[in-house]
Design a protein around this ligand. Sequence first.
Ligand code: KG4
Ligand code: ZN
Length: 342
Amino acid sequence: METVLGIESSCDETAAALVTNGRAILAQRIASQDDAHRPYGGVVPEIAARAHAERLAPLIEATLGDAGMTLDDVDAIAATAGPGLIGGVMVGLVTGKALAMASGKPLIAINHLEGHALSPRLADETLEFPYLLLLVSGGHCQVLLVEGVGQYRRLATTIDDALGEAFDKTAKMLGLGYPGGPAVERLAAQGDASLVQLPRPLVGSSEPHFSFAGLKSAVLRAKQSGQHADADIAAAFQQAAVDCVIDRTRRAIESVAGVGALVVAGGVAANRAIRTALEELGAENAMRFVAPPLYLCTDNAAMIAWAGVERLGQSDPLAFAARPRWPLDAAAEPVRGAGVKA
Ligand code: KG4
Ligand code: ZN
């Protein structure tokens, strides 16, 4: 059995985890910075970097302690090396390098998006390549054909906002605070989506991509009109978002043949309305639907450790540079506005 130590610090969660090649999560700890960023209504990069620098080393020590292990028992160190907020990424990557150097164990530099993309395989040992992945987080909204480890073909991405960003901005407009996604989902449950008319950008379009900017502006106009209850706006926003996601994902499914599984990952995969609609879309297309448990959807280090397990045998140089931008599919054409955050 081999064990990988995973380190994650690319946004606002400081996290460490120990995962084996037998898919056991021996220990994992996450220190959320929500309280530090809440007064600003979003993640402040400088505050995030400082918090990672304070918390990461003791968190790793505690995670090893939880598993009753030391660095000697670890076979590789996997650290997120991008994409994300550069200060935080550097804290995690440099910590991983220092531990690798001190222990003589290999360093594996992980793309945070690959962590999300492979996380469903940690939760479900029967999930084989290839699969169609909807990756929806605070910084990304992509459909990828996952053909193997390191083999990702981007079929669609957003031309403006990421889906999680649209949830977060809607939350801000409705005064729901940060982080916004779960708050919008809770309020939407009390509203009537049919009472507010909102657009569904790019739905039915022959181009493959996503767009949420127009939806966001329409939410702002609905709020400013003073004619709608916040719960109805939240419900209408969530319904429009679901309709966009389903239409665009359906188009992606139609563009590839013979893929047996539809998989969702990333923070927004925690949303029940989106999960339910995707499950139906999968069933319609005779595809198995796989959604990782919620704790693997939002940012965590178990997915980074698992990506390290998938890459066991490889190692990266101690000179590996942190990458603020690092697309999974390097061959895909850049699209206006596609996010930096992961
Ligand atoms: O993957 P993640 O934890 O961090 C990034 O790498 O971005 O995703 C965070 C995003 C945030 O925008 C958050 O509002 C959204 O996921 N999110 C949700 C829900 N839970 C988290 N969006 C909608 N509904 C939820 N239940
Ligand atoms: Zn993420």
